[in-house]
Design a protein. Structure first.
Ligand SMILES: Nc1nc2c(ncn2[C@@H]2O[C@H](COP(=O)(O)OP(=O)(O)OP(=O)(O)O)[C@@H](O)[C@H]2O)c(=O)[nH]1
Ligand SMILES: C[C@H](OP(=O)(O)O)C(=O)O
Length: 216
């Protein structure tokens, strides 16, 4: 089993946080999230695919296998990683799911079956964990409502779908509002400690415009 972490270039990562965090801060946030995701995966072989040499060097220092991305876009990056590893099974976990834990991975692995996928939704319909057994059982269809796209793809190919439904895995960090979730549920993670070090604070808000007031 090989776990694959795809990472976009550091200078364009997490653009939806750009009004709230500087470029350098978004880069450090991403590195801290990679550490948290790797913390959950570290009993497996783990590779990280990116075009960005800085994140590749960083991942190598952590003990992750760096893979230099050649094509364009997330789906092509994942296909490249799948083709280049020798393992028969692959698990894809994005870099922006910092609340994922080792026990999740254990449970996901225990559910894995031949000719099946194990999939965890993100809030908003994305895919925050995808285990492919075998690795070419379906093609990656990230972006948009990829949770539904992956299920559709599996049904078309007569592949069993095992949904691993986890609140903590469903939280991916894209917007300032998502940072609020890290403050509530992420104590002890690198991501939480990094955000705290920036002086970010959250307060509850009772409004249709969101549930948190996020301040620095
Ligand atoms: N290797 C690789 N990873 C990608 C690419 N696009 C997105 N990712 C990664 O895929 C995961 C989900 O990405 P998104 O949240 O859609 O994109 P993002 O670039 O992190 O953030 P936004 O700029 O806010 O869209 C994250 O781990 C990204 O780093 C890509 O083109 N190549
Ligand atoms: C790539 C996308 O991630 P999101 O933009 O939902 O974080 C997805 O999970 O399909």
């Amino acid at each position: 089993m090989m776990a694959v972490i795809p990472v976009s270039p550091l200078n364009s990562a997490k653009s939806r946080l750009s009004e709230f965090l500087t470029g350098e801060e978004r880069k450090l946030l991403l590195m801290n999230m990679v550490m948290d995701v790797y913390g959950a995966l570290e009993d497996l072989d783990v590779c990280l695919i990116s075009k960005d040499d800085e994140i590749l060097n960083f991942s190598k220092e952590l003990g992750i296998i760096p893979l230099k991305e050649e094509g364009k876009g997330l789906n092509n990056a994942i296909k490249q990683a799948i083709e280049s590893v020798e393992d028969e099974e692959v698990m894809v976990t994005p870099a922006d799911v910092p609340l994922i834990k080792k026990y999740h991975i254990k449970e996901v692995l225990s559910k894995s079956k031949r000719n099946a996928i194990v999939i965890s939704p993100s809030r908003g319909g994305g895919t925050n964990l995808l285990l492919l057994n075998p690795k070419d059982v379906i093609e990656p269809r990230y972006e948009g409502f990829s949770f539904l796209k992956h299920i559709d793809e599996a049904k078309k190919r007569n592949v069993e779908v095992i949904i691993y439904d986890s609140f903590l895995i469903s939280i991916d960090i894209n917007t300032p509002e998502d940072l609020g979730e890290v403050f509530i549920h992420g104590e002890g993670t690198n991501t939480y400690n990094y955000l705290k070090s920036l002086g970010i604070k959250i307060l509850p808000k009772h409004s249709s415009a969101g549930r948190f007031v996020i301040k620095r």
